[in-house]
Design a protein. Structure first.
Ligand code: NAP
Length: 283
C-alpha cells in the first residue's frame, strides 16, 4: 500500500508502539504529546518523524490514531476536529467502544472505533515497543454510516502491524471484552488485595520470595495501570457488573463445595474449566 501520513495523539504505550511499527513500515508519522520532552524522546526513539504539543501538525494527515486515556478520547477529538481536513480518517484505540464510538462519530463522520487487544503493565513513551500488536486481535467497530473506503484503508494499515482484524459492533465488543479483559483486570486486582497484609511478617516475606510464574500469570493485568482499570469500570459499567455478578455466583458455589468437602463436584468444575480454556486461548 502507498505510504500515508499518520497522526498519533498520545505518545504512551499504545500510541508509541503504533508509531514504532508504522514508522518502520515507511509511513510518515506525526505525534502529539502534551509535553515537549515526550515529543523529543518520541522522535529520538523513531516513534515519529515530527512531534509537537501543537495540534496544527495534524492538518494534512490521512489517518489519526487517538491513543489517549479512555476519558480523554472524545474531548481530544472535539479539540482537534477544527484542525482536520474532511478526508482524514480518525480511529481510536480505547478499550471500551459503546459511548466513544457514538460520540466520536457525531463529531467526525469519518471515524472508526478500534481496539488492539495487546498491552503490558507499563505506561508512557519508554514503554513503547516494536511488534506489540503482532498476531494479536485488532477489533474495528464500524457503524452503519462508516465510509467503506475508510474501513478498507484502516484494515490495510492494521494488517501491516501483523494484527488479526475483527469486525464487530461497539455493543458486542463491550460485552465480550467485559468477560475476557475487564473482569480479569478486576479479579487480578482482588487477588493482590486478598493477600492478608496483617499476616506474620515471616510468612509474608516467604510468600514474596516464592511468588513465581503462576502468580505472575494470574495477576499481570490486575497489577497494571490503575487509571486504565478505573476507566474500563466507568465506561463499561453495565457489562462489568453483569460479569462480576456471574463471577461471584461461581465463587460462592466453589466456596460452598470446599466448605462442605464436596470434592467430586469441585473436581467437575475444575475439569470443566480446564476444558474451556483452549476454547478461548489457542496456546
Ligand atoms: P499511556 O501509556 O498512559 O499513554 C496514554 C498517553 O496519553 C500518555 O502518555 C499521555 O501522553 C496522554 N494523555 C494522558 N492523559 C491525557 C489527557 N488527559 N489528555 C490528553 N492526553 C493525555 O496509556 P496506554 O496504555 O497507551 O493507553 C492509551 C489508550 O490505549 C487507552 O485509551 C487504553 O484504553 C488503550 N489500550 C490500552 C491497552 C493496555 O493494555 N495498556 C491495550 C489496548 C488499548 P502525554 O502526557 O505525552 O500527553
Amino acid at each position: 500500500m502507498n505510504s500515508k501520513k499518520i497522526g498519533i495523539v498520545g505518545l504512551g504505550l499504545i500510541g508509541g508502539s503504533l508509531g514504532l511499527d508504522l514508522y518502520q513500515k515507511g509511513h510518515y508519522i506525526v505525534g502529539i504529546s502534551r509535553s515537549q520532552e515526550t515529543c523529543d524522546r518520541a522522535m529520538e526513539r523513531k516513534v515519529c518523524h515530527q512531534a509537537s504539543p501543537d495540534f496544527k501538525l495534524l492538518n494534512d494527515v490521512d489517518l489519526i490514531f487517538l491513543c489517549t486515556p479512555i476519558g480523554s478520547i472524545v474531548p481530544t477529538l472535539e479539540t482537534i476536529s477544527s484542525e482536520l481536513s474532511p478526508s482524514t480518517i480518525v480511529t481510536d484505540v480505547a478499550s471500551v467502544k459503546g459511548e466513544i464510538v457514538q460520540k466520536c462519530s457525531e463529531i467526525w463522520p469519518n471515524f472508526i472505533g478500534g481496539h488492539p487487544m495487546a498491552g503490558t503493565a507499563f505506561v508512557g513513551i519508554e514503554a513503547a515497543q516494536y511488534n506489540l500488536f503482532k498476531n494479536a486481535p485488532y477489533v474495528l467497530t464500524p457503524i452503519e454510516n462508516t465510509p467503506s473506503q475508510s474501513l478498507e484503508c484502516l484494515k490495510k494499515i492494521i494488517a501491516q502491524l501483523g494484527s488479526i482484524p475483527y469486525i464487530t459492533n461497539p455493543e458486542e465488543h463491550d460485552c465480550a471484552v467485559a468477560w475476557i479483559s475487564h473482569l480479569p483486570v478486576i479479579v487480578g486486582a482482588t487477588l493482590l488485595e486478598s493477600i492478608d497484609s496483617k499476616a506474620p511478617s515471616n510468612i509474608l516475606e516467604l510468600a514474596q520470595k516464592l511468588a513465581s510464574t503462576g502468580f505472575k500469570d494470574t495477576t499481570r493485568v490486575g497489577g497494571g495501570n490503575p487509571e486504565l482499570g478505573l476507566m474500563m469500570a466507568q465506561y463499561n459499567r453495565e457489562a462489568i457488573l453483569d460479569s462480576l455478578i456471574k463471577y461471584q455466583q461461581v465463587l460462592q458455589e466453589i466456596t460452598d463445595l470446599i466448605r462442605q468437602q464436596k470434592w467430586n463436584a469441585l473436581e467437575d468444575i475444575l475439569r470443566k474449566s480446564q476444558a474451556s480454556r483452549p476454547y478461548f486461548l489457542k496456546d
